[in-house]
Design a protein. Structure first.
Length: 94
C-alpha cells in the first residue's frame, strides 16, 4: 500500500519534500520532550516513511525543453497541407 505518491506534481520541489520530513521528525522531538514516547515513535515512523518515499525512491520527471504548441502557430499550416494530400476513395490524390 502506497501512502505517498512520489510522482505527484506537488512533490517536485525540494523544499516541499524537506518540509514534510522535517515536520514529521520535529513533531517526534516535541513528543519525546513532552514525555509521550508512543506518539514520538508514530511520528518518527511517519518521518522515516516520508524520507524513504520522497528521497530514496524519488525519481524526478524530465521537464521537456520544447514549449507547448500555441494556437495560430505554424503547426496548423502543416495540418492543412497533410489533409489536402489525402487520397480519395479510388487511391488517387485529391
Amino acid at each position: 500500500m502506497q501512502l505517498i505518491d512520489p510522482n505527484h506534481p506537488a512533490y517536485q520541489r525540494l523544499w516541499v519534500r524537506v518540509g514534510i520530513v522535517a515536520v514529521c521528525f520535529g513533531w517526534a522531538a516535541v513528543e519525546i520532550f513532552g514525555g509521550d514516547p508512543f506518539w514520538a515513535v508514530i511520528s518518527a515512523a511517519a518521518g522515516a516513511y516520508a524520507f524513504y518515499m520522497l528521497f530514496w525512491t524519488f525519481k524526478p520527471q524530465q521537464q521537456s525543453a520544447e514549449p507547448a504548441a500555441q494556437p495560430g502557430a505554424e503547426g496548423e499550416d502543416e495540418a492543412d497541407e497533410t489533409s489536402a494530400k489525402k487520397p480519395s476513395k479510388d487511391g488517387q490524390a485529391e
